[in-house]
Design a protein around this ligand. Structure first.
Ligand SMILES: N[C@@H](CCC(=O)N[C@@H](CS)C(=O)NCC(=O)O)C(=O)O
Length: 340
């Protein structure tokens, strides 16, 4: 027992030691190697998923691309590390990735004890339950005695335990590390219920043999603010990721998009847009970047709304309405910090 403890402690120290050396000067390190190493999922449509040609795409991938556009003026300078939910934090702590942009919920423990910083929220979500329609269940409160398929190492597992305990319901968790194993097990009828973030249900549902045979129950049992994450210990890199996301959100608020950004750059009188696009105030300098950092993001990646509509919006197979993810000026809670 003593031996096991010693080995475990050494492993933890090893990770922290590496995190220390990888923590500082991430920008320089990224510039030297010529790309951003971005941790993504192992394939979650709309968020981070390889297309038919093997190119990663989705709203989480666009955050990786935005950071590369800000740093290099080239959104394509990203390499992707597909990570399971269980692997993702170690990969970031150890320096294997520079940034984690993978449907990850911002929680107190992750933000403190795990040594990480959340750079914002790129999708406000909540946890839901999916069942086969022929199960005849209409409310999560009727799930007593159900077997529930879930991913290990997620907030999903913890919220599920809270929910069933609070409602005094029995349940049987059926856990897997890989998300596709969860989907396959649910599809094969090895559990009655599949639970994850509602956006995840909309995405994973597309992988089921007959997606119409399933429904998502009305209850949302948690808050899941999903966003990009960096390591503690490098404020400049934290700022770069935070403001890259802010740039995508604030340019949408001001009507700047990939189609009109050049016109705006040469013709606008709006001082906010002038600061966003680097004609006034030299915001980039404060980040250690060039004046075109945000212009390059909008030009090459698009603003938040463009990315949302392209990958997860109502016209995509996921069909997610903007809802909470609408701008604060449009009934949502998306509220970028001012670029000034
Ligand atoms: N937001 C939750 C859940 C994240 C999660 O890993 N969800 C699974 C189910 S949707 C997933 O992303 N699977 C895709 C993958 O692992 O590639 C968290 O941060 O813990």
């Amino acid at each position: 027992m003593k031996l096991v403890k010693t080995v475990a402690a050494t492993a933890v120290l090893g990770v922290l030691g590496m995190a220390g050396s990888a923590g500082a000067a991430t920008l320089e390190d990224v510039q030297k190697k010529g790309h951003v190493q971005c941790g993504v999922s192992q394939g979650l449509p709309g968020f981070s998923n390889p297309d038919t040609a093997g190119n990663w795409e989705g709203i989480d991938v666009d955050v990786c691309r935005a950071v590369a556009a800000a740093v290099f003026g080239d959104a394509s300078k990203v390499k992707y590390s597909p990570l399971s939910a269980k692997e993702r934090f170690t990969a970031l702590q150890s320096g294997e990735v520079d940034l984690l942009s993978r449907n990850t919920t911002w929680t107190l423990v992750r933000d403190t004890a795990l040594g990480l910083n959340f750079a914002g929220v790129n999708y406000y979500d909540g946890q839901g339950f999916m069942v086969r329609k022929d199960l005849g269940v209409k409310s999560a409160k009727d799930l007593g005695g159900a077997s529930v398929c879930v991913n290990i190492g997620t907030t999903t597992e913890l919220n599920m335990a809270d929910f069933f305990r609070a409602n005094k319901l029995d349940y049987k968790p059926v856990v897997f590390e890989k998300a596709d194993e969860v989907v396959a097990a649910y599809d094969a009828g090895r559990c009655d219920v599949y639970t994850t973030d509602r956006s995840g249900l909309a995405a994973q549902r597309l992988k089921l043999k007959d997606s119409k045979a399933h429904e998502v129950l009305p209850e949302t049992i948690s808050k899941e603010p999903l966003g990009p994450v960096v390591r503690h210990g490098d404020d400049q890199w934290f700022d770069i990721v935070k403001w890259s996301l802010n740039c995508m959100i604030e340019t949408e608020e001001y009507g700047v998009n990939s189609k009109n950004v050049d016109e705006m750059k040469s013709g606008t009188d709006d001082p906010v847009i002038k600061r966003q696009l680097g004609m006034e105030g030299d915001m980039g300098k404060n980040l250690g970047l060039g004046p075109d950092w945000c212009y390059n993001i909008v030009k090459q990646v698009g603003n938040y709304g463009e990315s949302y509509e392209k990958y997860v919006g109502e016209k995509t197979p996921l069909g997610l309405a903007r809802g909470l993810n609408a701008q604060w000026t449009d009934g949502g809670i998306l509220y970028a910090m001012p670029v000034r």
